[in-house]
Structures are given as C-alpha cells and as structure tokens.
Design a protein around this ligand. Structure first.
Ligand code: FES
Length: 209
C-alpha cells in the first residue's frame, strides 16, 4: 500500500498527541468498519468559541493517526463553527491523499472531532439534542458517511443507494446496488446496518444487496 510522505511524517511524529488535562469537551468514537477508536479533547475559549488547544489519542492504524494529527492541526485556532465544517476529504487532501481502502480512517478522525464539538455545544447549551426523530433524510445523511472501500467515495455520491424506506415503527429498508461478485458486499451490508442501528428510533434495519 502506497502512503504519501506526509502520511508517513504525521504517523511517525503525530502533532497534538495526548490527552488535554484542561479540556472542556471530549469525544471517543469507534469505526464500524474496523473497530478502531479515537479520542479527541478540546479546550474551547467560552468567549470567542475558538479552539485554543486540542489533543488526541488513537487506537487506530497509520492512516488514522496521520488524519487525527492533521485534522487537529487544522482545527486548532479555528472557531467551533469553522472546525465543524472541516471534512474528511479536506483532511485526506492535506495529507496528499490516502489509499481508497483507508479513507474510512479519515472519516473516523473527522467524526470524532465533530462529536467533541457537538458535546461542547450540548454542555454549553448552544444546541439541544436533536429530537427530530427518524426520517429518510436522516438515513440518507448517514449513508453519505459510509465509504465504498474500493474507491474511497461514499455510497450516496456513487449512486449505489437505490431505495430507502422508513416506516412509523422504526423499520428501515435500504436497497444497495452492488455487483454479485463484489468483494465488499458483506462489509458494506454490515457497515450500513451498524451505522443505521445507532440512529435514534431505529428498531430494525434491512439491507438488500
Ligand atoms: Fe481502523 Fe484505519 S482506523 S483501519
């Protein structure tokens, strides 16, 4: 697997490594794709909402360590709104690219940053927990975070999702268009289930390939 020099540099000498003792927000997220975990701590200035300090610990692979390193660099000095807008694609670009099968590692790092910001917003009453409940839009938004490993693009951008159904009992049905011989069929089905089962109000998920 070919890694860029930047990925190797950030993996060998990660920036912002370690837990912040004076953090006022934190989050730990796991990747449904591989089971690895990342924790991020933030120290946000309550007046300006600027992220003044940030730290991370990764129990993931080289790509994940490198992405967590670069995304924490990118977030430091930004307001929480600016940092929320950072995407895994920008992080991967900043690293001069990642192998397609490793794109999910950057999604994990960026999701953890967003979750830490959300936890800050919740604890400071800047937002309230989303009570909107389950909707097709919510399911589609979640599917847009799942990558097809072969090319490192998400299922929605690749137009692989053919149907999404959500009924009033919390039963979600998703039809995905994948060739019968595709090596990632099982992996995609598991990942879609794991992602959707954690949405609020979901009782059952059916994935048809
Ligand atoms: Fe698990 Fe990269 S984070 S394989």
């Amino acid at each position: 697997m070919q890694y860029s020099q930047k990925v190797l540099d950030h993996f060998m000498k990660p920036h912002n490594l370690g837990k912040l003792e004076n953090a006022n927000a934190e989050a730990t997220e796991g990747s449904p794709a591989c089971g690895d975990q990342v924790s991020i701590w933030l120290q946000v200035n309550d007046e300006t909402q600027i992220i003044e300090d940030i730290g991370f610990l990764s129990y993931g692979c080289a790509s994940n360590i490198a992405t967590a390193s670069i995304i924490t660099d990118m977030a430091k000095g930004k307001t929480i709104d600016e940092a929320k807008a950072l995407s895994w694609k920008e992080a991967a670009e900043e690293l001069d690219g990642l192998p397609p099968v490793k794109m999910h590692c950057s999604v994990l790092a960026v999701d953890t940053l967003r979750k830490a910001i959300k936890n800050y917003e919740l604890s400071h009453k800047l937002i309230t927990e989303d009570k909107a409940g389950l909707s097709k839009e919510r399911v589609l938004a979640e599917l847009a975070t799942i990558l097809y490993p072969k090319v490192g693009e998400d299922l929605i951008s690749l137009k692989m999702v053919k149907y999404v159904g959500v009924d009033e009992n919390g039963i979600v049905t998703v039809d995905i268009d994948l060739p019968k011989f595709d090596q990632f069929r099982g992996n995609i089905a598991d990942e879609v289930k794991e992602h959707l089962e954690k949405l609020p109000d979901v009782k059952e998920v059916h994935v048809n390939l």
